[in-house]
Design a protein around this ligand. Structure first.
Ligand SMILES: [Zn+2]
Length: 287
């Protein structure tokens, strides 16, 4: 049975921590490097609900995409949101390890998993990593569809292939326009509009698109925008990452048992569709 140290060395080879963004906080949050690891749970968010799932499962290691702490803290008291997570993990001998922007930029990375979930053929990164001579690593991916389809059909494909969330999928742009090439970026992608325009793609699938950048992008370029829930765009990575660790475990004869959390940790829990066209024709209504 491998030690936590052995497993983390393998994870660091997949997602070298030095390739994370400067502001990021990746690596091991808690855990004894000498402890043995038999069962591993992958998830997007290190929240209490997921940690309790790890406890029920008897996991020794929880691997998440999002960091628990991005900045320093002066308390891990159990009556704080994150302190309770730390307490539950340590009391139950569960290590926590984070692969965030180092997993985004990897080959395969988070956006490869997103593209794979939609059966898109990846042609290269949207923002290539200058340190990669093979040109395969980097942020986001540019992809081709096997068969061109409308923007509305592409969004329906995303709705069918990504795990369900209250938000569902939103579109900006003409739903009937033809989509042959798309850029995808798991997680918040509205900082990459310039690269998306430069790639000359027909559509961009990402999450957390805000009013002003989305408005500008859809009015000043023909790119159709497809906005999914942040959690849903990154969840396919957990399956990809678990398969990668399974392969390593088989190669070393570790016999690890890996699991992927299906707990929906997207913070939005319900969606009310708009009904009335102009309900705000009253004094004092917000604009
Ligand atoms: Zn994210």
């Amino acid at each position: 049975m491998p030690s936590l140290n052995d497993v983390i060395a393998a994870l660091d080879a997949l997602w070298p921590p030095e390739r994370a963004e400067q502001w990021d906080a990746v690596g091991t949050v808690c855990g004894d490097p000498r402890a043995e690891v038999a069962r591993v749970l992958f998830a997007v968010d290190p929240v209490q609900e997921v940690v309790e799932e790890a406890v029920r499962l008897g996991a020794d290691l929880l691997i998440t995409h999002h960091p628990l702490y991005l900045r320093g803290t002066t308390t891990v008291a159990a009556d704080t949101f994150k302190g309770r997570v730390v307490h539950t993990l340590i009391k139950n001998d569960i290590a926590l390890h984070v692969a965030h922007t180092n997993a985004d930029r990897a080959d395969p990375g988070v956006s490869d998993a997103l593209a794979g979930a939609l059966d898109l053929r990846v042609t290269g990164p949207l923002v290539p990593d200058p340190g990669d001579p093979s040109g395969r690593r980097g942020l986001g991916r540019v992809c081709e569809l096997e068969v061109p389809e409308t923007l509305a059909d592409f969004a329906r494909r995303a709705a069918q292939r990504l795990p369900a969330t209250a938000q569902g999928i939103r579109i900006a742009g003409d739903p009937e326009r033809t989509v042959r090439t798309v850029a995808v970026c798991g997680g918040s992608g509205d900082s990459l509009f310039a690269e998306v325009r430069a790639a000359g793609v027909d559509a961009y699938l990402t999450a957390d698109l805000r009013h002003h950048p989305a408005s500008e992008a859809s009015q000043h370029s023909p790119v159709g925008l497809v906005d999914a829930a942040h959690w849903a765009t990154e969840w396919p990575w957990t399956e990809q990452a678990a398969a990668q660790l399974d392969e390593i475990s088989d190669r070393h004869g570790w016999g690890l048992r890996t699991h992927v959390s299906r707990t929906v940790t997207d913070p939005w829990t319900a969606h009310a569709a708009s009904v009335v066209p102009h309900p705000t024709d009253s004094p004092g209504a917000p604009h």
